[in-house]
Ligand binder design. Structure first.
Ligand code: SF4
Length: 379
């Protein structure tokens, strides 16, 4: 019997990638769609799944997918990367970062170049590794580059709490955390916005819940469906979104109920609330968005690397060649960039979306370069 969108109940990861089930859900989507609709998936993880599994190529012609700004590495503005580079180049610092950030170009170089020039730059898997390093290296200033959405911010908050409890004076965070709902609001408030429905990021909502999406859905008359990352998740999320659009409804719904509760993870949320407060933050391509970032609360300001190293006033201009702003706001697809696959490749990236494992340009290069580049252009 065919699985219908609302009947998908699976247990093992493989089942979420079952080709017959994917084909059946795609067919059902074709039956559901009667008019043109444009839906944006927020998260870069979803973008990669869509491109990797070719889900967009299975959709009805009237259904257009746009890729959103949900890649935290990609939206980190170049001036914050320059601030990270300035701190990392100091002789007294040990600069720690997730791997994705190491190759993101700043104005003149990246963190790996600083390392090659003798800087102590290290890749870590969690900010708690950086706290451990600060204990092991009391004569060094250990700095963690805190990049990410609501998913990774609780671990940064925990690191600061731990560092304070341990009395560490040589640990700090360069905070670049960003929040999803203000970015959705900014996109929807733009006169260029073509989006009619959103797939929200399941992992962000596993932490934050999805109550805060309800007023957004109501205010902008916009279906928002919290969605997972496997092919069946994404097709089911699209189906739920299309059902709403076809019926003229605009609600926040939850496709990813196996991981997301309405209230999210209360412990992680409380940790975030205790350590961080919302601040204005500049997003690459979207500009400054009020209340869209996390900053350390007054009582934790001693752990602010930007203040400790006096780099908060550094400013930088984005590359004129890289159109990542248009890509991140869903106005252009990566292959519309003149530099795609030629002057910009994963080995020699011009912009963050070509570096990050969640970047749309990296996804198109990895899975679609044969479609968009001539044979002699592919490296
Ligand atoms: S292909 Fe490269 S230069 Fe073009 S938008 Fe993407 S990251 Fe920027």
């Amino acid at each position: 019997m065919r699985p219908r969108l609302r009947e998908v109940r699976l247990k093992y990861l493989d089942e979420y990638r079952s080709a017959p089930a994917v084909r059946n859900l795609a067919k059902e989507l074709k039956r559901l769609v009667t008019r043109p609709w444009t839906i944006m998936e927020i998260c870069g993880g979803q973008t990669h799944a869509i491109v990797k599994f070719g889900l967009d190529e299975l959709l009805p012609e009237q259904l257009t997918l746009l890729h959103g700004p949900g890649c935290p590495v990609c939206v980190t503005p170049i001036e914050l990367i320059d601030q990270a580079l300035a701190i990392a180049a100091r002789p007294e610092t040990t600069f720690c970062s997730f791997g994705d950030m190491l190759r993101v170009p700043g104005t003149e170089r990246d963190l790996l170049s600083v390392k090659a020039a003798g800087g102590d730059v290290r890749m870590v898997y969690t900010p708690l590794d950086a706290v451990k390093l600060a204990r092991q290296l009391p004569d060094r200033q250990v700095v963690f580059f805190a990049v990410g959405f609501e998913t990774t911010a609780p671990a940064s908050a925990l690191a600061v709490v731990q560092a304070r409890e341990l009395g560490l004076k040589n640990f700090s965070l360069l905070v670049a955390h960003v929040l999803v709902p203000p970015a959705i609001e900014a996109l929807l408030s733009s006169p260029d916005c073509r989006v009619q429905g959103f797939l929200a990021a399941g992992h962000v909502c596993a932490v934050m819940g999805y109550e805060e999406y309800k007023p957004l859905a109501a205010r902008f008359r916009m279906p928002i469906v919290v969605t997972g990352f496997e092919p069946l998740d994404i097709l089911q999320g699209l189906g739920m979104c299309v059902r709403q659009l076809e019926a003229g409804r605009a609600e926040a719904e939850n496709q990813y109920s196996r991981a997301v509760r309405p209230q999210g993870n209360p412990t992680a949320r409380e940790l975030l609330r205790r350590v961080f407060c919302p601040v204005a933050r500049k997003w690459r391509g979207l500009g400054e968005i009020p209340q869209s970032g996390l900053g350390l609360r007054e009582e934790f300001k001693a752990f602010d690397a930007g203040l400790r190293f006096g780099v908060t006033e550094m400013r930088a201009a984005e590359s004129s060649e890289c159109i990542s702003g248009l890509v991140l706001s869903g106005l252009k697809k990566p292959h519309a960039c003149a530099a795609f696959g030629t002057r910009c490749t994963p080995e020699r990236p011009l912009g963050a979306p070509m570096v990050s494992s969640e970047g749309a340009c990296a996804a198109y290069y990895r899975y679609r370069k044969g479609k968009f580049l001539r044979h002699d252009q592919i490296t």
